[in-house]
Each structure stands twice: as structure tokens, then as C-alpha cells.
Design a protein around this ligand. Structure first.
Ligand code: 2AM
Length: 188
């Protein structure tokens, strides 16, 4: 199964970002050229595990539970944003990001020790993917419009192991479905 470890912001924080994204979607070309992610799935990926054998799950969940216990709940806010080239538009985080980063490192290490094929080709960069470009589109205006956004603070208090089911329908634009496999409170 295809797995990743993630942090999901609480609904009020997502609603604030949702209002901001509605403004972005009113910009020229926003509808035609960008595939916007579903706000119900917005998250920060802490470690991307890829295809994991089910036999690995007991050890993996045990190690992730320990990783969650070792890091405290912390305060974040959704803030600013940017782009990865002209492919991905994302929202960022501010606040206790060093704690989030340390948690991401532990989650990656836990998964690696359990034998999951953790993808470490991308350095951790706290980002929440808002849209992907479908074709050629300049993302700079969207990233610039996001720069001033600062949501209210919230408590990051849960680590989640998530299964991603890729769309099998072949319908263009259909998105993966996410299911939480297990979740742990931070700090035990
Ligand atoms: P993205 O939002 O930057 O695309 C589920 O696919 C989650 O895992 C998404 O948040 C996605 O990040 C992330 N993800 C997918 N493939 C990845 C990879 N090869 N390395 C790191 N993260 C990845």
C-alpha cells in the first residue's frame, strides 16, 4: 500500500486558507490551467513512504508511535506560500516549524528503520499543496498573492499515517483518496 506520514491542520485553519484560496481562484487562468486540491485533504507531508508491504505495518506503527511521543504538541499557523517552479503552488507554515521539522526527521527515520522505502530525494520543506499546474502556467502571481496571508495559530497535536489510493478510473483530473491508517497524539 502507498503510505505517507502527515499532519492535518484543524478545520478552522483550513477554512481561513480556503477563503484565501477562493480569492486566488478568481485570478485570471486559475480555473482553466490549475488543478486545485480538495481542501478536505490539505495536509503537510512529513515523510513519504511509497509502496509499503503490509507485513511492515506492525513495526512501522510501533516506531511511529515512539516518534510521536518524543515530540511535543506545538503551535503553527498557515502562512505565506510559494511555488515549486511552475508546477506546484503551496501554502506554508510559521511558528514552531523547527518542532515540525524534527518530527518529520523522526518519522522518516522510523519508517526507514521499519524497512519502508522512504523517499528522501526531497529535503523536508513544510508545504501544503494547493494546486498543480496542468500545462504551462506562470505560478508567480499566485505565490505573490499568497505572501501576505497569515492564518490564526493552532495546535499541531497529532501525527497520522495515511494511505493514498491512486485513482483507478482513468478519468483525467481524478484525485487520490486518503485514509488515515493510524494516528498518535504528540508527546504521548
Ligand atoms: P506534494 O503535496 O508535494 O505532492 C501524498 O501523495 C503526499 O505525499 C502529498 O503531500 C505529496 O506531496 C507527498 N509525496 C508524493 N510523492 C512524494 C515524493 N516522491 N517525495 C515526497 N513527498 C511525496
Amino acid at each position: 500500500m502507498r503510505l505517507f506520514v502527515a499532519l492535518f491542520p484543524p478545520p478552522p485553519a483550513l477554512a481561513e486558507l480556503g477563503a484565501e484560496v477562493r480569492r486566488l481562484r478568481a485570478l485570471p487562468d486559475a480555473g482553466r490551467r490549475l488543478r486545485w486540491s480538495d481542501p478536505a485533504t490539505w495536509h503537510f507531508t512529513l515523510a513519504f513512504l511509497g509502496e509499503v508491504d503490509e507485513a511492515v505495518l506492525p513495526d512501522l506503527t510501533e516506531r511511529l508511535a515512539r516518534a510521536a511521543r518524543r515530540h511535543p504538541a506545538h503551535e503553527l499557523r498557515l502562512a505565506g506560500g510559494g511555488r515549486f517552479g511552475d508546477r506546484v503552488l503551496w501554502a506554508g507554515a510559521e511558528g514552531d516549524v523547527p518542532v515540525l521539522r524534527a518530527l518529520a526527521r523522526s518519522a522518516g527515520a522510523a519508517a526507514r528503520r521499519a524497512g519502508a522505502p522512504v523517499d528522501e530525494s526531497r529535503a523536508f520543506h513544510a508545504h501544503l499543496t494547493l494546486a498543480r499546474a496542468a500545462g504551462r502556467v506562470a505560478l508567480r502571481p499566485y505565490a505573490e498573492a499568497l505572501a501576505a496571508f497569515r492564518g490564526s495559530p493552532w495546535a499541531a497535536e497529532r501525527l497520522e499515517l495515511v494511505r493514498s489510493r491512486l485513482p483507478g478510473s482513468g478519468v483525467p483530473g481524478e484525485r487520490p483518496r486518503y485514509e488515515t491508517v493510524r494516528a498518535w497524539d504528540l508527546g504521548g
